[in-house]
Design a protein around this ligand. Sequence first.
Ligand code: FES
Ligand code: FES
Length: 162
Amino acid sequence: MSKHEIALEVNGRPVSATVDPNMSLLELLRTEAGGLEVKLGCGEGVCGTCTVLLDGEPVNSCLTFAVQVDGRAVTTVRGLAAEGELHPLQEAFLTHAGSQCGFCTPGMLLTAKWYLDRHPRADREELRSALSGNFCRCTGYTKILDAIEAYRDARQEVSVVD
Ligand code: FES
Ligand code: FES
């Protein structure tokens, strides 16, 4: 099987690798790029646990081939925390106990951030629908949605003050 040279950015950092054509982005991130924060759930594009942003759009990294991301930019949950400071959405998950075992949390955070950036006034049902591709196996979605709504409200207050 012929290998391919690829180069991409992961959280703003250049990464290059030699990959098999059937290697997934998830495998690339968890091996060559050191992105262990990206989790493997179903491996079949169903659970959303492996969600990352590819050029700013959410994708299931388990269903994305590494060769497809040549020349592109990937953001994992680690990219949300600028210079080691938790992002306010991550803080809201902490405050509202939105992370239970934490396994689904990276995908939840990235999907929620992406959606609220485009729909800053989304209501709870819209948020629930936006997260329908991200499964949580723990105690349900109430605390997750509470956290996301708290973040949504806090950033609206900030923009009103601005
Ligand atoms: S691990 Fe990728 S969608 Fe489940
Ligand atoms: S917090 Fe455990 S799977 Fe969601």
